[in-house]
Design a protein around this ligand. Structure first.
Ligand code: GDP
Ligand code: ZN
Length: 459
């Protein structure tokens, strides 16, 4: 299967400046050479060089595209095979023309989704957790999530897991010795050793799991619901924060009928902002649906931005809302400070004595920096750069790590209650296998196929 040559468009299709077509496999260079006219001959060119020229239809010598061709010779490429990357002008028509021409060549076929990364994995260039990190890279929605995924690509998680596995192999070796030379004093020494190792490895896994929820936050963004009565400025705030006009801003109360999502990055913290319809009892069925959804959004939010109109007195709906939000992570935003002020601040402080209260204007953007500071200090004590952590944020990884911990707990208990050592060996080996599955070492083929099928085409 790896003896053939594959090609796919590797950049997102659509309006972009350039697009890249990637070709990988033993015939990659020769096949591209067939349709490429340039001063250099690709088959003779050095690895890691870029060549300017044209894609030509060899049947009629028609120039299809002006391109740059990058050459990577095996094994110094992403897939470890010969790789050619053709950069064309963006836009679906020109890319497709080049792609169609390539697929007409005798030894090139269209790559399956994720096949480039799968080849990198099968050729031993990356391990499974790194391959999954590539999926996350493709999907990551913020710079922070991107660097997080990148860290995983660089193999940090793999290194940690390998350390833990090494510890277990040592333990298994100890057990092996004991089975071969079953003198009594060796056995009791071994039991202590096993218990110590189980505890050590288990707390190593704890370290990885401890940051799992933080990893999740960073990848998907901190779910942040913007709530408040109609017309207090929720959508305006969202727009100001997102610098985009996705949410509809109007003067008529209740037009934000549904929950609108927007991803923003504030002081490096990715937030998933949810603009909710005004939360209040309503008779309008359509609006009511929006209200129901916004209640759900509030329930699942990590952070709630409660927007109040500081130019008006507190409304009884707002008193109810403040009561409902007791005990949650709330930042109170007094919006519209550019207008004459009427809101009784003490009443608000009374409900949220612990929370920061930020005065701002979504219209003039005054006070916006205070909001941004309040968000960072709330989540990270003002310091986000926890740079040296290894995050685990993949559901499959978390499940496997927990399973491995359970196996270690079983082994510990067995060692403690004097169960024959060859039985406890099974649990230790199981833990070793489960950790191995995280990095694809003992993963069954079906699992590997499932993981790679998540990739989009061309990656
Ligand atoms: P929502 O219903 O809570 O989403 O409120 P909108 O964002 O739709 O805003 C309602 C109205 O208030 C619009 O006319 C906005 O232009 C206006 N508005 C929002 N924020 C401010 C502000 O800080 N100052 C002033 N003067 N007007 C604002
Ligand atoms: Zn709105």
């Amino acid at each position: 299967m790896l003896s053939d040559t594959i090609a796919a468009i590797s950049t997102a299709v659509g309006e972009s400046g350039i697009a890249v077509i990637r070709v990988s496999g033993p015939d990659a260079i020769a096949e591209v050479e067939r349709v490429f006219r340039s001063k250099t001959t690709l088959t003779e060119a050095d690895s890691h060089t870029v060549h300017y020229g044209f894609i030509i239809d060899p049947k009629n010598d028609e120039k299809l595209e002006e391109v740059l061709v990058s050459l990577f010779r095996a094994p110094r490429s992403f897939t470890t095979e010969d790789v050619v990357e053709i950069s064309t002008h963006g836009g679906i028509i020109s890319v497709k023309r080049v792609m169609d021409l390539l697929l007409l060549q005798p030894n090139i076929r269209l790559a399956e989704p994720g096949e480039f990364t799968k080849r990198a994995f099968l050729n031993g260039r990356i391990d499974l957790s790194q391959a999954e990190a590539v999926i996350d890279l493709i999907r990551s929605k913020s710079d922070r999530a991107f660097s997080l995924a990148l860290k995983q690509v660089e193999g940090k998680l793999s290194r940690k897991i390998n350390e833990l596995r090494h510890s277990l192999v040592e333990t298994l070796a100890h057990i092996e010795v004991n089975i071969d030379y079953p003198e009594h004093d060796v056995e009791s020494m071994t039991m202590d050793f096993i218990k110590r190792k189980c505890t050590e490895v288990s707390s190593g896994i704890d370290e990885l799991l401890k940051h799992a929820s933080q990893g999740k936050i960073l990848r998907e963004g901190i779910t942040t619901a913007i709530v408040g009565r109609p017309n207090v400025g929720k959508s305006s705030l969202m727009n100001t924060l997102a610098r985009e006009n996705k949410a509809i801003v109007t003067d008529i109360p209740g037009t934000t009928r549904d929950v609108i999502e927007e991803y923003v990055t504030i002081n490096n913290i990715p937030l998933k902002l949810l603009d909710t319809a005004g939360i209040r009892e309503t008779m309008d069925i359509v609006e009511k649906m929006g209200v129901e959804r916004s209640k759900a959004a509030v329930n699942e939010a990590d952070l709630i931005l409660l927007v109040l109109n500081s130019a008006e007195e507190l409304h009884e709906d707002e008193i109810i809302l403040m009561e409902q939000l007791q005990g949650r992570s709330v930042l109170v935003l007094l919006n519209k400070i550019d207008l004459p002020q009427r809101l009784e601040r003490e009443k608000v402080t009374q409900y949220f004595p612990e929370s920061a209260i930020v005065e701002l204007s979504a219209k003039t953007e005054e006070g916006l920096d205070h909001l941004e500071d309040a968000i960072s200090s709330l989540f990270f004590g003002g310091k986000l750069e926890s740079g040296d952590l290894t995050y685990v944020s993949n559901v499959r990884h978390i499940a496997l790590l927990k399973k491995a911990q359970q196996s270690l707990a079983d082994a510990y208990e067995a060692a403690d209650s004097g169960i024959p050592i060859d039985i406890l060996q099974i649990d230790v080996r199981l833990a070793w296998e489960q950790l191995g599955e995280v990095i694809g070492d003992s993963a069954p083929d079906a699992l590997i196929d499932q993981i790679f099928s998540q990739f989009c085409l061309g990656k």
